[in-house]
Design a binder for this molecule. Structure first.
Ligand SMILES: [Zn+2]
Length: 94
């Protein structure tokens, strides 16, 4: 394992910190992305939404809506676990 400077927090993104790939590493582990990766994610989303043709933008909106519906169904199937996770995420977001 590479030497880390004292006080360095090791997160999932590793050497991909501040990139879209780094953000995906956080996401796959289900952890909050670090600020640099969050920024990379924000920029990537802006680029995609600006560059996409109307059909692709429409498709992206439908996929986002589908994700929201799936999340609501999951919350309905596991209400206690969802409430627990939601409370944790809300606290982390303060
Ligand atoms: Zn990161």
């Amino acid at each position: 394992m590479a030497h880390q400077p004292e006080g360095t927090i090791v997160t999932a993104c590793g050497e991909k910190v501040g990139t879209w790939a780094g953000y995906q590493r956080h996401w796959r582990r289900g952890e909050q992305a670090c600020p640099d990766c969050l920024e990379a994610h924000r920029i990537k989303n802006l680029e995609v939404s600006r560059s996409a043709d109307p059909q692709t933008r429409e498709r992206n909106l439908r996929m986002k809506a589908a994700y929201g519906r799936a999340l609501r169904r999951l919350a309905a199937e596991y209400p206690e676990r969802f409430s627990e996770l939601y409370a944790l995420e809300r606290r982390a977001a303060l």
